[in-house]
Design a protein around this ligand. Structure first.
Ligand SMILES: Cc1cc2nc3c(=O)[nH]c(=O)nc-3n(C[C@H](O)[C@H](O)[C@H](O)COP(=O)(O)OP(=O)(O)OC[C@H]3O[C@@H](n4cnc5c(N)ncnc54)[C@H](O)[C@@H]3O)c2cc1C
Length: 374
């Protein structure tokens, strides 16, 4: 197959489209392989995006309007005992800790931007390129076909996502509750500063999913109101429920040669390279960091290196694996800490939360790490 493009990106999710725009800005000719079958329904999720992700998307003019990107002024995390931790934008001296972004709104911004960028060809089938970047998400077919192992450890929970209309305004606060049996409920503020709507991510034991998905909307809303201690008053479901199995996973290598085409190379980015528990809302932030790093490594390459140069691609791999390991450690430790039902573990984590809440500089440092500004 003759090489027609500098880069072929397989997978037109948020990471694939962001990378396409970044590379086109560097005057590289990009083919973006979009799935021929559009999803059956709009994504009900909303993502917590960090200041670093926001700056990246703003630089591409793809940041949604304020009604679809609500600034978070505070975060309240409650344990299963008396433990709680509060984070505040004011205490950090910033305008917002992060932004809760409506997924369909962000996808639409990126899709439009790609349509208007002359150096991006949106195609149905992969084309031959010097470098193929696989952004097909965690179930990537290309990664499997090219023999890259994906080490997975399933979590005992699945996530259920939906949206709620609330009696009380969310006040730009993200709220999270950890329960005694290792389940986690998060309410993320939507619809701008005055909004009464929240996106729900509810991590529940896998065996409970069929029953919870079959319950009538009213029963689910009542359960969520109880679990949240009625913090936002009466609740009403305003979106369908969708569910995802949760997994901690990483590809064994993130770059390599395309089998049977030794002049061509590949790199993995986003969930095709790594997947983590959504409790800290970091998966896409790390994926956008991959896109930014790969684009910057390619832009800064020495004149004699092509985008297929493996030495070059290993710079990307090294930089991003370090970041992934830090995030993996943080999210996996939290999940393990809150997944243990024993009374001693419960007492220790709630005591630890209170200690952490009063810890000044440590708390501030961890907040900055989560915000991507450390
Ligand atoms: C419940 C939940 C809540 C989350 N909340 C947050 C959050 O608050 N903040 C955060 O940062 N992250 C969050 N995440 C993680 C986030 O969803 C992922 O990290 C992110 O979607 C990864 O983007 P991606 O583009 O790499 O992959 P995907 O979103 O999986 O996109 C892959 C794309 O590739 C396409 N594709 C697949 N195979 C092919 C093929 N063979 N050919 C062509 N196209 C193909 C797919 O159709 C899709 O469009 C959450 C995850 C879950 C499950």
């Amino acid at each position: 197959m003759a090489v027609t493009h500098d880069i072929c990106i397989r997978g037109a999710g948020i990471v694939g489209r962001t990378l396409a725009l970044l590379l086109a800005r560097e005057r590289l000719r990009v083919a973006l392989v979009a799935s021929p079958r559009p999803p059956d329904a709009a994504d009900v999720r909303a993502y917590a995006l960090s200041p670093a992700s926001r700056a990246l998307l703003q630089s591409l003019r793809c940041w949604p309007a304020e009604s679809a990107a609500t600034p978070v002024l505070g975060m309240q995390v409650r344990g299963d005992g008396a433990g709680q931790v509060h984070f505040s934008a004011a205490a950090q001296g910033v305008d917002a800790l992060n932004w809760i972004v409506d997924v369909p709104a962000l996808e639409q911004q990126l899709t439009q931007a790609c349509q208007f960028q002359g150096d991006i060809d949106v195609v149905d089938e992969p084309v031959a390129a010097q470098l193929t970047v696989v952004c097909e998400g965690r179930a990537s077919r290309t990664r499997a076909e090219w023999g890259v192992e994906f080490d997975r450890t399933p979590y005992p929970q699945h996530a259920i996502a939906t949206r709620l209309d609330c009696e009380l305004p969310h006040g730009q606060i993200a709220r999270q509750w950890f329960t005694a049996d290792g389940e986690i409920l998060a309410f993320l503020p939507l619809d701008g500063p005055q909004g009464h709507r929240v996106a729900v991510v509810w991590s529940v034991r896998a065996e409970r999913v069929p029953e919870l998905m079959a319950l009538p909307d009213g029963a689910v809303a009542a359960m969520l109101a109880d679990l949240s201690g009625h913090a936002l008053g009466a609740l009403q479901l305003c979106a369908p429920r969708a569910t995802w199995p949760l997994v901690l996973a990483a590809a064994q290598r993130w770059v390599g040669r395309v089998p049977d085409a030794p002049q061509r190379s590949f790199a993995l980015a986003g969930d095709a390279a790594h997947a983590m528990h959504p409790l800290a809302g970091q998966g896409l932030n790390v994926g956008l960091g991959d896109a930014a790093e790969l684009a910057s490594v390619l832009a800064a390459r020495e004149p004699w290196r092509t985008p297929a140069d493996l030495k070059l691609l290993r710079r990307y791999e090294r930089a991003r694996q370090g970041e992934w390991l830090r995030m993996r450690l943080a999210t996996d430790s939290l999940q393990l800490l809150f997944g243990r039902p024993e009374p001693l573990a419960a007492a220790a984590r709630n005591w630890g939360m209170r200690l952490f809440d009063a810890s000044g500089p440590i708390k501030s440092g961890i907040t900055r790490l989560a915000m991507g500004t450390a």
